[in-house]
Write a protein that binds this ligand. Structure first.
Ligand code: TYM
Length: 332
C-alpha cells in the first residue's frame, strides 16, 4: 500500500488556501487510497518569531480543524510532530547530507529571511535548515507521495535529492517521494493582492479567507476581492490574476474547471457572489463539525496521543537503520 505524508504548520489560522490546496484532498481522497499520515508540524512554527502560548493554541486548533475536515483516525494517522522524536533525530542526519548552498537557494527561505530582516529582526538558523526537517518528516515514514499546494514543490524536490544522495552514499534506506497537487487551486492567491499567495501567516486579514471566519465575513472578503481592469470574465493568471483566482476558487468548490466556468459569467459581480456562496456552503459542514469537536477536547487529545504512538512505531525502525547506515554505533 502506498504511504502518504503531509503536514500543516501552526503559524496562523488555517485558510481557504490550505483547505483547497491540501487538506480537502487529504480527507476526500488520500486517506481512502493509501496508508496516510497527517501531521501538525509544530517544530516548524518555531523558525520565526513566535509566541509559545499561541503556537500551542494553534496546534490544537489545527488538529481540531483537520478532524473537522473529515480526517478519520480509523483511516489515517493524525499527530503532532514534536510528539515523535524521530523527526528531529533524522533531521540531524540529513543535515550531514545537505549543503548550506542548497539551503540558501530555497525560495521560501530567501523570502522569509528578507521579511525578517526588513522588520529589523534576526534570522533563526532553524529557518535556514527548515527544509531539512521537512525532508526528515517525509523520509522517516518511507513516504511515496506528498500531497501539497504548489508552494511546497521546491521543498519536496530537495527531499528527493537528499533521499537519493543518502541512499547512494550509505545504502538504500529511504523511498524517494513525489509531490502531488490538486488539479485546480494548487495556489490560491490573496484576494487583496492576487499576485501573492493567500498565506495563513499574512497580516493582511481582508485578503485571506480563514476556515473559521463567520459566513458573513467570508462573503464580505470575497465581494471586496480586487479584480482586474477589464470587464470580461476570462481565465488568464498573468493578465487577469484577480478574476482568475476567483474562477479557480469557484471551480475548486464546484468540482469543475476555471476555463469552462469563465464562459458562464458576464460580470465580476455575479462571479464574486457565486464564489462567496460556494465557499460558505463548502465550509459549512466543517464549521459545524469544528464546533462539536471543540465541545469534546478529550477526543482530539486522544486522537493525537494514539496518532503519535502509531507514528513512532512507523518511523523508528527506518530512522534507526539510517543511524546505523551513516556510521553510528548501536547503543547495544
Ligand atoms: P503550510 O502550513 O504553509 O501549508 C499547509 C498546506 O497548505 C498548502 N497551501 C496552499 N495551497 C494552495 N494555495 C495556498 N494559498 C496555500 N497555502 C498553503 C501548502 O502547500 C501545504 O500543502 N512546509 C509546509 C509544512 C510541512 C510539510 C512537511 C508538508 C512541514 N513538513 C512535510 C508536507 C510534508 C508548510 O509550511 O505548509
Amino acid at each position: 500500500m502506498k504511504r502518504i505524508f503531509s503536514g500543516v504548520k501552526p503559524t496562523g489560522h488555517l485558510t481557504l488556501g490550505n483547505y483547497l490546496g491540501a487538506v480537502r484532498r487529504w480527507a476526500d481522497v488520500d486517506q481512502h487510497r493509501a496508508d496516510a499520515l497527517f501531521c501538525i508540524v509544530d517544530l516548524h512554527a518555531l523558525t520565526v518569531d513566535h509566541d509559545p502560548g499561541r503556537v500551542r493554541r494553534l496546534s490544537r486548533q489545527a488538529a481540531t480543524l483537520l478532524l473537522a475536515s473529515g480526517l478519520d483516525p480509523r483511516l489515517c494517522t493524525v499527530f503532532v510532530q514534536s510528539h515523535v522524536d524521530e523527526h528531529a533525530r533524522l533531521s540531524y542526519l540529513l543535515e550531514c547530507v545537505a549543503t548550506d548552498g542548497e539551503m540558501r537557494r530555497m525560495i521560501q527561505y530567501k523570502e522569509k529571511a528578507a521579511r525578517e530582516r526588513e522588520r529589523g529582526g534576526s534570522v533563526r538558523l532553524s529557518l535556514l535548515t527548515y527544509p531539512v526537517l521537512m525532508a526528515a518528516d517525509i523520509l522517516a515514514y518511507g513516504t511515496d507521495e506528498v500531497p501539497v499546494g504548489d508552494d511546497q514543490t521546491q521543498h519536496v524536490e530537495l527531499t528527493r535529492d537528499l533521499a537519493v544522495r543518502f541512499n547512494q552514499r550509505y545504502g538504500h534506506t529511504f523511498a524517494v517521494p513525489r509531490a502531488t497537487h490538486p488539479e485546480v487551486a494548487a495556489r490560491v492567491m490573496n484576494l487583496q493582492d492576487p499576485t501573492s499567495k493567500m498565506g495563513k501567516s499574512d497580516d493582511a486579514g481582508p485578503g485571506v479567507v480563514y476556515l473559521l471566519d463567520e459566513p458573513d465575513v467570508m462573503r464580505k472578503k470575497i465581494m471586496r476581492a480586487v479584480t482586474d481592469s477589464g470587464q470580461d470574465v476570462v481565465h488568464d493568471r498573468e493578465e487577469r490574476p484577480g478574476v482568475s483566482n476567483l474562477l479557480e476558487i469557484l471551480a475548486a468548490c464546484e468540482g469543475t474547471d476555471p476555463q469552462t466556468l469563465s464562459g458562464s459569467y458576464q460580470s465580476y459581480g455575479a462571479l464574486k457572489k457565486d464564489t462567496a456562496e460556494a465557499v460558505v456552503e463548502l465550509l459549512r459542514p466543517l464549521r459545524e463539525r469544528h464546533r462539536e469537536l471543540c465541545a469534546d477536547p478529550s477526543y482530539v487529545e486522544g486522537v493525537l496521543r494514539d496518532g503519535a504512538a502509531r507514528a513512532r512505531e512507523m518511523a523508528r525502525p527506518r530512522v534507526d537503520s539510517a543511524y546505523r547506515a551513516i556510521g553510528l554505533l548501536a547503543a547495544g
